[in-house]
Design a protein around this ligand. Structure first.
Ligand code: ADP
Ligand code: MG
Length: 262
């Protein structure tokens, strides 16, 4: 049946559009497009040096883009549009935007001198001016969610890597972000601790949290991802559902990469 009406498009949660990024003469992102609908898991795969971390860092404006734009939940990141011109946002507005974009790092990045619960309430109390009592209550609820209800008063050094990463995830959740970006969240972990962190991410996915996850865990991608994106050389080579990209890749570069990691 012929139809001229465009399909209804739900607002994207993350829209990376034509993004270029150079470090000096090194052209790291070469026109990247990444469209993430609300409430799904996008897994980004690709060889080391292909630009995955840089892509995540442009989404929360830790790196400024040279060309293109990023928007999150319809809001341009780092800039304000006025007519055809873009104006840089002041630092306090960028900080406000960043708080809506959770970031979980490979090496956890917890504050070593603060307890688990203090790590989690730090930003809600200092930046959002939440009453400490409410922030602690929320932190305890989130700790229960990541299976660490009994470790609230421990220091990071007293925890395993998997536990530290789960605290980092609880800390990200405490700001009620619109999206959480994970940069190889299990790469620094001993193999036996990978599963507990992936289980938490899987649980968040069921709860509808929007996530972009850079990982080499193909089994996790196959099971949890709505979309798999394969990057190489600063471009998105292909993307689609896991059944397509992982089992029937269209590009030789994707096939070659998968042959190495599977
Ligand atoms: P990936 O996460 O896929 O391994 P990255 O985004 O970390 O890739 O890096 C892509 C390329 O950009 C690499 O060649 C890396 O050395 C380079 N790069 C990343 N960050 C910087 C930086 N701040 N300054 C200079 N080069 C960088
Ligand atoms: Mg990286």
């Amino acid at each position: 049946m012929a139809t001229s009406a465009p399909p209804a498009v739900a607002q994207l949660m993350v829209d990376v559009h034509g993004v270029h990024k150079k470090f000096g003469s090194l052209h790291v992102l070469r026109g990247v497009d990444l469209k993430v609908p609300p409430g799904g898991v996008t897994v980004v795969l690709g060889p080391s040096g292909s630009g995955k971390s840089t892509l995540l860092r442009t989404i929360n404006h830790l790196e400024r883009v040279d060309r293109g734009y990023v928007s999150v939940d319809g809001e341009l990141i780092g800039y304000r549009r006025s007519g055809d011109a873009l104006h840089e946002l002041p630092e306090r507005d960028v900080r406000r935007q960043r708080r809506q974009i959770g970031f979980v790092f490979q090496n956890f990045h917890l504050f070593p001198h603060l307890t688990v619960v203090e790590n989690i309430i730090e930003a809600p109390v200092a930046a959002l001016r939440r009453p400490r009592k409410d922030a602690v209550e929320t932190a305890r609820r989130l700790l229960a969610r990541v299976g660490l209800a009994d470790r609230a008063d421990a220091y990071p050094r007293q925890l395993s890597g998997g536990q530290q990463q789960r605290v980092a995830i609880a800390r990200a959740l405490a700001l009620e972000p619109k999206v959480i970006l994970f940069d190889e969240p299990t790469s620094a972990l001993d193999p036996e601790l990978v599963g507990e962190v992936l289980d938490v991410i899987r649980d968040l996915a069921r709860g509808g949290t929007t996530m972009v996850v850079v990982t080499h865990e193909i089994g996790f991608a196959r099971e949890v991802a709505d979309t798999v994106v394969f990057m190489d050389g600063g471009t998105v080579v292909e993307q689609g559902p896991p059944s397509q990209v992982l089992d029937h890749p269209r590009h030789d570069r994707t096939r070659a990469f998968l042959a190495k990691v599977l």
